[in-house]
Design a protein around this ligand. Structure first.
Ligand code: PMP
Length: 432
């Protein structure tokens, strides 16, 4: 067993390129053999634990936990029919049902669904939709996007161009990426009223750049991988008004916030605002398989359809994958078939209580919780290795970044495990 683990990790180090890691590998990932419920099973015990509670839910996607019998059965059942078929010229029930459900649960008037194979690609597609919409209206000069600083929208080129440009993950590409328009980071605080100065700043930027703007794209209410910041839903209403006034489309990237994570089904619902285009992903398939989507309004689709090039030129090989669509249907069925709102409230309340003592630590700058998101922000960069080890000592898998120790646990996590996650985060903050 030890030899197998050692061999695999050596091969991993030699050949496998991990996300945001150097090559050849100077990192030591944890070898995971299986997972069940909210627990990962490493090949060898970690800090004395044969199982770790996954406080990250596989990058915020495994909302129902691992090996859920309903999701396992959905994949198995679909495997018995077909695992894949091209989506060009063909269609199938899992994709059609999924589109129907997505249209049903997302804000009106989103009506059309473009299925993609990752969140980043759904942002690419959203950008294409917006640029093509403006072009079809005879406004090809409107090809830039506006966003606020501190965001994260994915790792392909258009999404990178609207990520945080200041020392963020993609600052290497400054000068190569499309040049976009950036507002300041929105003022912090979910409960806060919109700040009039910031509203004026948004208004000024949109007004000055409207002639070259196709769309404004933001992560509604929570900026996730760019810094786990919460802001007032009121800014979404402001953006809706300003975009309407200036013929600019509004895109919400709900890839991280969608499907209940912030306590509403979509973060846009906190504000009662509908975007023109919306991206979803991550929890869409319950974290089982890769699928995301860009939804748009009839207006966007119809204008594109009237243009000189009336189709959306995008067609990935694995578009509408039936296995992904089948498990997405099962995952949405599970979510919507339960009192998800009460479930998220339970997680929020428990995390709030569990994380409260963190505020007393000298090195902690802020503690914040919203729905199924708990964040401890330090006054300095986290020592990743020390923090991860401290969490593992509690039997919890955490993956801190920058100055942030955070959790987005599976929704099926029990109260005792939530307490464990909170204790692990406090220990990680203390150690890191
Ligand atoms: N947008 C947001 C808000 C995200 O959080 C992420 C992933 N962290 C993405 C886009 C990119 O999604 P993917 O990793 O599936 O390409």
């Amino acid at each position: 067993m030890r030899d197998r683990t050692r061999d695999l990790l050596e091969l991993d180090r030699t050949h496998v390129w991990h996300p945001y890691a150097p090559m050849p590998g100077r990192h030591t990932p944890l070898l995971i053999d299986s997972a069940e419920g909210v627990r990962l099973r490493p090949a060898e015990p970690v800090e004395g634990h044969t199982e770790l509670v996954d406080a990250m839910s596989s990058w915020w996607s495994a909302i129902h936990g691992y090996r859920h019998p309903v999701l396992d059965a959905a994949v198995r059942d679909q495997l018995g029919r077909m695992s894949h078929v091209m989506f060009g010229g063909l269609t199938h029930e899992p994709a059609v049902r999924l589109a129907e459900t997505l249209v049903d649960i997302t804000p009106e008037p989103l009506r059309h669904v473009f299925l993609t194979d990752s969140g980043s690609v759904s942002v690419e597609v959203a950008a294409k939709m917006c640029l093509q919409y403006q072009r079809s209206l005879g406004r090809p000069g409107r090809h830039r996007l506006m966003t606020w600083r501190g965001g994260y929208h994915g790792d392909t080129f258009h999404p990178m161009s609207v990520c945080d440009p200041d020392g963020g993950m993609h600052s290497l590409w400054t000068g190569v990426l499309p040049r976009q328009v950036f507002a300041d980071v929105p003022p912090a605080g979910f409960e806060a009223e919109p700040d009039p100065g910031y509203v004026a700043h948004l208004a000024d930027l949109i007004e000055r750049h409207a002639h070259e703007l196709a769309a404004v794209i933001v992560e509604p209410v929570v900026q996730n991988a760019g810094g786990m910041r919460f802001h007032s839903p009121g800014y979404l209403r402001v953006l809706r008004r300003l975009c309407d006034e200036h013929g600019v489309l509004l895109v919400f990237d709900e890839i991280a916030t969608g499907f209940g994570r912030t306590g509403e089904l979509f973060a846009a619902d906190h504000a009662g605002v509908s975007p023109d285009v919306m991206c979803v992903g991550k929890a869409l398939t319950g974290g089982y398989l890769t699928m995301a989507a860009a939804l748009c309004t009839p207006e966007v689709a119809e204008v594109i359809g009237r243009g000189e090039f009336p189709v959306l030129a995008h067609g990935p090989t694995f578009m509408g994958n039936p296995l992904s669509a089948a498990v997405a249907n099962a995952s949405l069925g599970l979510l919507l078939g339960q009192d998800w709102r009460a479930g998220l409230r339970r997680i929020e309340t428990r995390l709030r209580a569990g994380l409260a003592p963190a505020a007393k630590l000298d090195n902690v700058r802020d503690v914040r919780v919203l729905g199924g998101i708990g964040v401890v922000q330090l006054g300095h960069e986290v020592d990743m290795a020390a923090a991860t080890r401290a969490a593992a000592r509690h039997g919890v898998w955490l993956r801190p970044f920058r100055d942030l120790i955070y959790t987005m646990p599976p929704y099926v996590i029990g109260d005792d495990d939530l307490d464990l996650v909170a204790a692990a985060m406090i220990a990680a903050a203390d150690a890191g």
